[in-house]
Design a protein around this ligand. Structure first.
Ligand SMILES: Cc1cc2nc3c(=O)[nH]c(=O)nc-3n(C[C@H](O)[C@H](O)[C@H](O)COP(=O)(O)OP(=O)(O)OC[C@H]3O[C@@H](n4cnc5c(N)ncnc54)[C@H](O)[C@@H]3O)c2cc1C
Length: 309
C-alpha cells in the first residue's frame, strides 16, 4: 500500500489520512466542497459566523478528547460532557488537520473503477485520477453506497443496513435575545436545538446583535425535505416566536438543508474493508456517535490498513 486515495475531507477522512501519512504512505484526498470539514461547517455572512452543522466538539477518551481539548471550552449548560470549539468556528479543527495533507477541493468524484493496477476516480468534469492501489470512501453512507454500486464488492450489502436522517438548519441574527441559555433543546415538534452562537468563546457580537443556529427535528426535516428554503424559513421563524415568547426582529436569516445530517441506524462496526479490491469505507455512520465517532472510525481504519501491510 504505497499510495491511497480518500474521498471526503470531513473529520473521518482527514484523521485517516493523517495516520496513514505519518506512517509514510502517500495520501491524496478529494472533496467536492469549497473547503475541508464536511459537516463540521462554519458559514460566514458579513461579520457573523455560524456553525450550521455540528455546533461543538464534545466527548472524551483516547485521542479525540485530547485533540478537542486544545480548543477553548464552551459552557453550553451540558454538565455531562465538556464541549470545545476553535474561536474562529468549528471547521478550524478540519483546517488544522488538513494543514499537512494533500487535499483537492471542488472535486466531486462521480464514479470509481477498478482496473489494471488499481482504482481510477472520475470527477464531475470527466477528469480521471489514479491508479491508486487502495481507495477509501468517507462520504455519508447513502453517498458511499451510490458510489460503490457499480463495483462488485462485499461492502455494498453491508452499507444498506445504515440509515441517516436529514436536518434543516437556520442561521439567524436578531436584535433581541430569544433564549436566555447558551443552548436550548425545547420539547417541540419542529425545533430540536437552538445554539446561541454569540455565547461561544471569542464570538461575542456587537451590542444589539444575537446570533443563533436553529436545528429542526429529524422528523420535521424529513417531512419537509423538498420544501423551498423560503417556506422552511417561514415555518422555523413562526415556531421560534412561540418558543421565545417575545417578538424578535431578524437582522439576518438563511437556511441550509443537510440531506444526511446524523446517523439513525449505525453500522455498529468501526469501518468496512474489502481486502480483495483494496476498497474501504468509513465515517460517522459506522459508530453513529457524531464527530467523535467519525474521527475514531477514520483512525481505526488507518491503523487496520497499516497492520495489514
Ligand atoms: C445539523 C447537524 C447537527 C449535528 N450535531 C452534532 C452534535 O451535536 N455532535 C456531534 O458529535 N456531531 C453532530 N453532527 C454530526 C457531525 O457533524 C458528523 O458526525 C461529522 O462531522 C461527520 O464527519 P464525516 O467525516 O464522517 O462526514 P462528513 O463531514 O459528511 O464528510 C464527508 C465529506 O465527503 C465529501 N463528499 C461526499 N461525496 C463526495 C464525492 N462524491 N466526491 C467528493 N467528495 C465527496 C463531502 O463534501 C464531505 O466533506 C451534526 C451534523 C449536522 C449536520
Amino acid at each position: 500500500m504505497l499510495s491511497v486515495a480518500i474521498i471526503g475531507a470531513g473529520i473521518c477522512g482527514l484523521r485517516c489520512a493523517e495516520v496513514l501519512q505519518d506512517a509514510g504512505i502517500t495520501v491524496k484526498i478529494f472533496d467536492k466542497g469549497r473547503g475541508v470539514g464536511g459537516r463540521l461547517a462554519t458559514r460566514r455572512h458579513a461579520h457573523w459566523r455560524f456553525d450550521h452543522g455540528a455546533p461543538s466538539l464534545h466527548g472524551d477518551g483516547d485521542g479525540w478528547g485530547d485533540r478537542i481539548s486544545r480548543y477553548p471550552r464552551w459552557h453550553c449548560g451540558d454538565n455531562t460532557t465538556w464541549h470545545h470549539l476553535p474561536t474562529s468556528g468549528i471547521n478550524q479543527l478540519a483546517k488544522d488537520l488538513a494543514g499537512q495533507l494533500h487535499v483537492q477541493l471542488n472535486c466531486q468524484i462521480d464514479s470509481i473503477e477498478h482496473r489494471g493496477h488499481g482504482w481510477h476516480l472520475i470527477d464531475q468534469r470527466a477528469v480521471a485520477y489514479g491508479p491508486f492501489p487502495t481507495l477509501i470512501v468517507t462520504a455519508p453512507c447513502p453517498q458511499t453506497h451510490a458510489l460503490i454500486k457499480a463495483v462488485d464488492s462485499t461492502l455494498f450489502e453491508q452499507l444498506s443496513t445504515v440509515r441517516m436522517s436529514p436536518a434543516w438548519a437556520m442561521m439567524l441574527v436578531t436584535g433581541e435575545p430569544i433564549i436566555a441559555a447558551p443552548e436550548l433543546r425545547p420539547n417541540h415538534r419542529l425545533i430540536r436545538r437552538i445554539s446561541a452562537e454569540s455565547s461561544k468563546p471569542g464570538r461575542a457580537l456587537d451590542t444589539g446583535e444575537y446570533g443563533y443556529v436553529v436545528e429542526a427535528t429529524d422528523e420535521w426535516s424529513r417531512q419537509h425535505e423538498e420544501d423551498s428554503p423560503a417556506a422552511v424559513e417561514t415555518s422555523i421563524l413562526s415556531a421560534l416566536q412561540s418558543i421565545a415568547k417575545t417578538s424578535f426582529n431578524p437582522l439576518h436569516c438563511a437556511v441550509h438543508r443537510w440531506r444526511y445530517a446524523q446517523t439513525e441506524q449505525p453500522l455498529d462496526q468501526p469501518y468496512l474493508f474489502d481486502p480483495k479490491l483494496q476498497l474501504a469505507a468509513a465515517g460517522d455512520w459506522c459508530f453513529g456517535e457524531g464527530a467523535g465517532g467519525a474521527y475514531r472510525s477514520g483512525e481505526a481504519l488507518a491503523m487496520a490498513l497499516l497492520g495489514a501491510e
